[in-house]
Every structure is written in C-alpha cells, then in structure tokens.
Write a protein that binds this ligand. Structure first.
Ligand code: ADP
Ligand code: MG
Length: 242
C-alpha cells in the first residue's frame, strides 16, 4: 500500500487552472522531491495534499483514506499530514518548547507533561535539545526552521510535506536543515519535498517529479530526471538552477 496517492488532481482558481491532472504516488518510507519553475503549481499541489486548498477534482489518499471524500473528518485527516513552510511561522512570544507543545495540547488533547516530553524528544531529534527555552528571535533562521520541523513531528504525522524549507535561509544555514531532513528520510519518514536544492534531491530522493504549467512533465529516479532529463523543458529548468 502506498502512503500517498494523488489521482487526476485538478485545481482551478477562477478561470486559472493551476493543476491540470496530477497523478503520482509516494510509497511508504519514500522521499519524493518536486522540482519546477516558479508558478508551476508546486505549492498548490502540497496545499491540496493536506487540504489547505480544496482540489477542484481528483483524489488524494493518505494511508488508504481518501482525504478528498466529503464524508471524511477533515481535521482528523489533516492531522495525519505534517507541513513545513518556507516561512517558519513560529509564535514569536512563545519559547521553542511551547511552540512545539501548543498544537499537541489543543489539537491532540495531550496533557502538559506528555506534550513537553514529546516536544523535548522532537527538539533533540532536530539537534535543539539545548534551545527549548529560547524564543524565536534568539534563534537563527535554520534553528527556527528546525523548531518548525519538530513541531510538525510532534503530531506523529504519517507524511511530511516540505515547501521550499530552505529557501528563506542564509546559505550557511541551509545545511543544518537539510541534514535534519536527510536524517528523517533515513529513519523512514514518508516525505514529499518541494525544493530547489538539486544536490539534496539527487542524494535523498527516491523519485523526482518535474512540474511545469500545472502538469508533471517527467518523473523518475533522480539520476534520470536530474542527471539525464528526457524533456527539453526539464533541461531548460535545470540549466537555470544548476
Ligand atoms: P509554485 O509553488 O510552483 O511557485 P504556486 O502553486 O504557488 O506555484 O502557484 C501556481 C499558480 O497559481 C500561480 O500562477 C499563482 O499565481 C496561482 N495561485 C496560487 N494560489 C492562488 C490563489 N489562492 N488564488 C489565485 N491564484 C493562485
Ligand atoms: Mg511555491
């Protein structure tokens, strides 16, 4: 059984068709990287997978549960999917620890002690055991993004979505975040990652999907899509980013 299955997904904003029939699967424990030019629909795709956007048509299944089924409990479905954005969106007035406990308490109804215990475990997992009491302003961008990853992991997601998680970071801070993501991949987390980090995609992805104009132009192992692309549009894009 595949962890994520996207079937003929379409998304329109008014007359603008941003996703024009997207099909792919992410097998349990695999990492799929989505690459493509700005405006090709990558963020909209991720937002449809966790129902931040309602697809116009098509299906999204996670662990065999159809999230797009109108009868499905959206909140329960969404809880199965963790998301990390380009902007970390931490609460500035809360410590790192509290940023990681708050959704656990409010959404999962965990008690304070359990939420804090989980938060400390997840902060340690992203290399921030000693920053639990720091406020976001006292942390580097890379550290804040790792808190955001810990916050998502604390909800026990079946799947993690990353939307250009390193694009807002100073270059010297990108490596720490990618290291955490690489480690998650090695631990068997199922991940769908939008990224411009081609070296990361080549090394970590099981498959790479190249999107342009709301469609998948080509997909396959990274050595093929990045190393020996078949389509001119893919080659043009790679020439610009590599
Ligand atoms: P990418 O992440 O690949 O850069 P996006 O998914 O953000 O692409 O956007 C794809 C297209 O959809 C763009 O033309 C964008 O302007 C449009 N779009 C995205 N979100 C909305 C929205 N909420 N309303 C209208 N148009 C949108
Ligand atoms: Mg985007």
């Amino acid at each position: 059984m595949s962890d994520v299955e996207i079937r003929d997904l379409h998304k329109c904003f008014g007359k603008l068709e941003v996703l024009r029939g997207i099909d792919f699967t992410v097998e349990s424990g695999q990492v799929v990287c989505v690459i493509g030019p700005s405006g090709s629909g990558k963020s909209t795709l991720l937002r449809c997978v966790n129902l931040l956007e309602r697809p116009t048509s098509g299906k999204v299944l996670v662990d065999g549960v159809e999230l797009t089924d109108p009868d499905v409990d959206i909140d329960a479905a969404r809880r199965r999917v963790g998301m990390v954005f380009q902007q970390f969106n931490l609460f500035p007035h809360l410590t790192a620890l509290r940023n990681v406990t708050i959704a656990q308490e409010r959404v999962l109804r965990r008690g304070r002690a359990e939420a804090e215990s989980v938060a400390r475990t997840e902060l340690a997992r992203v290399g921030l055991a000693d920053k639990a009491d720091a406020y976001p302003a006292q942390l580097s961008g890379g550290q804040q993004q790792r808190v955001a990853i810990a916050r998502a992991l604390a909800m026990n997601p079946a799947l993690m979505l990353f939307d250009e998680p390193t694009s807002a970071l100073d270059p010297e801070l990108v490596g720490d975040v990618l290291t955490v993501m690489r480690q998650l991949a090695e631990e068997g987390m199922t991940m769908l990652v939008v990224t411009h980090e081609m070296a990361f995609a080549r090394e970590v992805a099981d498959r790479v999907v190249f999107m342009d104009g709301g469609t998948i132009v080509e997909e396959g192992p990274p050595g093929q899509v990045i190393g020996a692309p078949r389509h001119e549009r893919t080659r043009t894009f790679l020439r610009r980013v590599l």
